[in-house]
Write a protein that binds this ligand. Structure first.
Ligand code: SF4
Ligand code: SF4
Length: 441
């Protein structure tokens, strides 16, 4: 019998206690220092309990459990809903300080109905019988001009004809004007980005001409919520706006957004590569962001009313009282996610869409597929990446993002994008289970 290779064992941040989590057996415990010492010394007084919980295993038996769990994972993924991104244009009306799309001008874009028709035909044929929905993405899909509005209205009508739900990812500037059009469709959610309170947001996300955008976005969010449209409010975070997130959270709580049933939040790490050298130190790595967030939450626990960060699987365990299913793959690209753009090209996901050399085929004017490359994307998971196979974090990490991995490993898709699962859980378990900043009732 051996200590399971799937055990994640570490000391909890700002605590004397340790945690042990096994994503394969689905067990987790907080251990006092004397119990942790037993593990460190491999002398167990509770060996029966540890065997029962799958912390101590017969390796061959565990391998069988692993294989069964993997087959279940593949079955579940086969039945999962597919998220299909559609980019009607790459034009944007904003000039965010951290965005690379500077070359694009502010235009009233449109897209040919033929391309939209071809997109829906392809989707219906290729993903026939599968649950699916379409997320419209950009550039900025909700541009204020009449031509853009007509194109989006056409797209909404086509989605209705095809019984497909829609989601939108927008900067939110023209959302208020678009609500009547969106209301004609089956809208799952609208993701809107606000980077902080008015002053901070406006300094980071102005219009191309320099005009402020905060108030227009707030009107759009209010209007959408009034009309029963789900809002997913996202902030792009770096060291320049981290502290100001508390102000944004207070604002959202005060306005009643945070407690609204159709309101949720998300934080995105600003990690773009187009910052000049001197600005690079304003960006966070993954652990750094969550470290600062941890401090911010301890000082401002009301922030959790606005947003509860995942800290790997810590929040899931806290909210559900059990572990998530083992994560053999964290990258949905070419499995349950695809992206299409107005040029007729097909891509793996939002990370690759529109990038030169990343197209996997076309749906317009004719259908083509690069099957070999698609197979590479489709077959990537922790069982096909050498480094992941022996990694104790594999079933909580899932191998990370294929696009990041590919960029960091000379184009090799079956390579790892390591997630700092252990560091995140040290902080997350502290925050959710030890610090008493939140009740789970
Ligand atoms: S490649 Fe990265 S961005 Fe694209 S679906 Fe996979 S995890 Fe997401
Ligand atoms: S990507 Fe890295 S951390 Fe994640 S499972 Fe693979 S080796 Fe482990």
């Amino acid at each position: 019998m051996v200590f399971s290779k799937h055990n994640i064992f570490s000391k909890i941040t700002d605590s004397e206690n340790y945690f042990i989590v096994n994503p394969l057996s689905g067990q987790a415990d907080i251990l006092p220092p004397e119990k942790a010492q037993e593990i460190l010394e491999k002398k167990y007084t509770d060996i029966d309990e540890y065997v029962e919980k799958g912390y101590i295993v017969d390796e061959k038996e565990e391998e069988k459990v692993y294989k069964r769990a993997y087959l279940d994972f593949l079955d579940n993924r086969d039945d999962s809903e597919i998220q299909i991104f559609f980019v009607p244009w790459y034009t944007c009306n904003f000039k965010c300080t951290y965005c690379y799309q500077e070359g694009y001008s502010e235009k009233d874009e449109s897209i040919s109905p033929d391309v939209i028709d071809a997109f829906f035909e392809y989707v219906n044929r290729e993903f026939a019988g599968k649950p699916k929905y379409v997320t419209v993405f950009g550039g900025e899909p909700l541009l204020p001009g009449v031509n853009s509005k007509a194109s989006i209205e056409y797209l909404v009508n086509k989605a209705n004809e095809n019984n497909l739900d829609l989601a939108f990812v927008t900067n939110g500037y023209a959302l208020e004007e678009y609500v009547p059009i969106l209301k004609k469709g089956r809208i799952r959610e609208v993701q809107v980005t606000i980077d902080g309170t008015k002053e901070v947001h406006d300094s980071r996300r102005p219009l191309k001409g320099g005009k402020d955008t905060f108030e227009a976005i707030v009107r759009g969010v209010d209007k959408a919520l009034e009309e029963g449209i789900m809002i997913n409010l996202r902030s792009v975070v770096d060291k320049d706006n981290m502290e100001n997130l508390v102000g944004l959270a207070d604002y959202a709580i005060e306005k009643g957004w945070a407690s609204h049933p159709d309101f949720k939040t998300q934080l995105g790490r600003n990690y773009e590569l187009h910052f000049c050298q001197s600005d690079q130190n304003r960006l966070y790595d993954r652990v750094g962001l969550y470290k600062d967030l941890y401090k911010l939450i301890l000082e401002n626990p009301q922030f959790l009313e606005y947003h509860k960060p995942a800290y790997s699987i810590s929040k899931f365990i806290f909210e559900n009282g059990e572990l998530p299913d083992p994560l053999f793959d964290s990258c949905p690209a070419c499995k349950t996610e695809w992206a299409f753009d107005f040029t007729g090209r097909i891509y793996s996901c939002t990370a690759t869409v529109g990038k030169s050399g990343e197209s996997l085929g076309t749906y317009y004017p004719s259908v083509t597929r690069k099957d070999e490359v698609i197979d590479e994307w489709e077959s990537r998971d922790v069982t096909t990446i050498d480094k992941c196979r022996d990694c104790s974090l594999q079933l909580a990490c899932g191998g990370g993002c294929a696009s990041v991995a590919k960029n960091n490993h000379k184009g090799e898709i079956h390579s790892p994008d390591c997630r700092p699962v252990r560091d995140l859980m040290e902080m997350g378990i502290s925050l959710y289970f030890e610090k008493g900043v939140l009740n789970n009732d």
